[in-house]
Design a protein around this ligand. Structure first.
Ligand code: NDP
Length: 495
């Protein structure tokens, strides 16, 4: 019997008003895992009304002190930690990710994120400003009101934490829309939030398609802010829709990140490992994937042969299997899109060094698997070098000088992340300053922390997730000017 989930609106577990449902299918083997509601604009309206009531009438940012909110966030973190194995299994079945990654990274990180923001609730305040005169001028940092979050499918539980935790820490209420393809962990989180002590309506979780409820959220006049994670194309639409009611928007969008290996690295092995992790972690379905790999010419051939040797050893398969390091692609559509990019690489003359095909042997035929793929690219003009593929496809390129690689790395409409491997610290820091990206790693790749801001430059978006900087995204500053002089000495300059 397939489990049916309900949505979470106003502290109640409810089905959509229309009664419509959809099902979640495991991309690793095609089995149906669960059913859940397909909401529409009517359900969104109910969720917004509940969130408005919770914000305005109960004014939860005032009725619940910073310490109360911290306790709720801690309770949510505990709820995740107490149930990691079960939650991880559901996430793996829903997304095709690997059990190793979800149980050791995603779940812990999500719990850590709630704890991190629990620690920040008491650190959100304004400041006194040195306005001249007999004056006290200060700022208040206030919540925005009802926020909505719309996210992609590649890190479902983590994105829920990244958006819900700072929204609650700052005293907002929120409507969270997970991706249709991976809604189950958010619906599980609803149960944890329900038991956390959060008042009714403070968190609402609605499920359905972006074109229907995503758009309804972007247009709804009751919503003050959209926190969006997804493609650049949808991000543009979100901006346009949000403009009609001048909603605040933060956008975490696509990327095509350069990963640069200089010939002075101390250990080739470490840089090869980082290059593999950078592109093949989560089957390349990572916004910060290091999909453009630039290797300096003197070590190029050695690097390439080690990269290829280790690529061929990557175990691909059902993420439930402990030995598997790369799981399935999220959906048939996404798999076909990746295969089209692979064909375009071949057609345009890039040299296929590894993979380049769907894997269908044995049990794999029931899922959507692509072999870890590497193209050697003579130049940066191939479509596969320019466009985000969002799959396990690496473009390997040779470079000669520092100036050349900086120019090539920056030649992209995206600016999400970049990695540099060098033993020359001055060179590393020079690149950190010159690379046009929101995140630069030196002698590392892919590390993100709750303590540090995450977010892109250029068409990779704006606004930051995570860290104390996300607090700015969920608050607004009010200025209070207090005249301190006695009334008799008060001077107006008007009449
Ligand atoms: P999409 O932009 O297709 O979808 C993202 C979310 O937006 C989903 O919840 C989707 O709903 C919703 N959506 C789709 N259409 C609309 C619309 N017209 N109005 C409002 N909401 C809409 O991205 P993907 O899910 O395919 O995710 C992959 C992309 O996300 C990649 O470009 C990747 O780089 C980027 N990304 C960026 C990250 C970052 O931090 N910078 C992190 C992770 C991913 P539904 O799918 O349910 O229909």
């Amino acid at each position: 019997m397939v489990h049916h989930y309900s949505m979470y609106i106003n502290g109640q577990f409810v089905d959509s008003q229309s009664g419509r449902t959809t099902s979640s299918t495991c991309p690793a083997d095609g089995k149906t895992i669960a059913t859940f509601p397909m909401a529409d604009a009517t359900d969104v309206d109910l969720a917004v009304k509940a969130a408005e009531r919770a914000f305005r009438h109960n004014y939860w940012s005032q009725s619940h002190s910073a310490q109360d909110r911290a306790e709720i966030l801690h309770n949510i973190a505990k709820g995740i930690r107490n149930d990691i194995e079960r939650l991880a299994k559901i996430e793996v079945m829903d997304s095709g990710k690997t059990m190793t990654d979800v149980s050791t990274v995603d779940m812990h990180w999500a719990a850590d994120c709630f704890e991190y923001y629990a620690g920040l609730t008491t650190q959100i305040y304004g400041e006194v400003l040195p306005v001249p005169g007999d004056v006290l001028d200060f700022t208040l940092r206030e919540p925005l009101g009802v926020c909505a979050a719309i996210v992609a499918w590649n890190y479902p539980i983590m994105f829920a934490a990244w958006k819900i935790a700072p929204a609650l820490a700052t005293g907002n209420t929120i409507i969270f829309k997970p991706a249709l393809l991976t809604s189950l962990s958010a619906l599980e989180l609803a149960g944890i939030i329900h038991r956390s002590g959060a008042p009714d309506g403070v968190v609402n979780i609605v499920t359905g398609s972006g074109s229907e409820i995503g758009e309804a959220l972007c247009h709804h006049p009751g919503i003050s802010k959209i926190a969006f994670t997804g493609s650049t194309e949808t991000g543009r639409k979100v901006m346009r829709m949000a403009a009609s009611t001048v909603k605040k928007v933060s956008l975490e969008l696509g990327g095509k990140s350069p990963h640069i290996i200089f010939d002075d690295i101390e250990k080739l092995d470490n840089a090869v490992g980082a290059a593999l992790l950078g592109i093949f972690f989560n089957a390349g379905q990572t916004c910060i994937a290091g999909s453009r790999l630039y290797v300096q010419e003197r070590i190029y051939e050695d690097f390439k042969s080690e990269l290829l040797r280790r690529t061929r050893l990557i175990p691909v398969g059902n993420g439930m299997d402990d030995d598997v390091r790369m799981g399935s692609i999220i959906s048939e559509d996404q798999m076909n899109l990746i295969l089209q990019y692979i064909e375009s690489g071949k057609r345009e003359g890039a040299k296929l060094l590894a993979g380049g095909r769907r894997l269908t042997q044995g049990e794999l035929s029931r899922g959507f698997y692509i072999a870890p793929t590497i193209f050697e690219c003579e130049h940066d003009d191939y479509t596969i070098v320019r466009e985000e593929i969002f799959g396990p496809v690496l473009c390997l390129m040779k470079f000669s000088s520092e100036d050349e690689v900086i120019q090539r790395a920056n030649h992209s409409p995206y600016g999400l992340a970049a990695g540099v491997w060098t033993s020359n610290i001055k060179r590393g820091l020079r690149l950190a300053k010159q690379l046009n990206a929101g995140q630069v790693w030196i002698n590392q790749y892919l590390m993100i922390s709750n303590f540090a801001p995450h977010g892109g430059f250029k068409q990779s978006g704006y606004g930051k997730d995570l860290s104390k900087y996300a607090i700015d995204q969920f608050t607004q500053l009010k200025n209070v000017y207090v005249e301190l002089c006695d009334e008799e000495s008060y001077i107006t300059t008007f009449e």
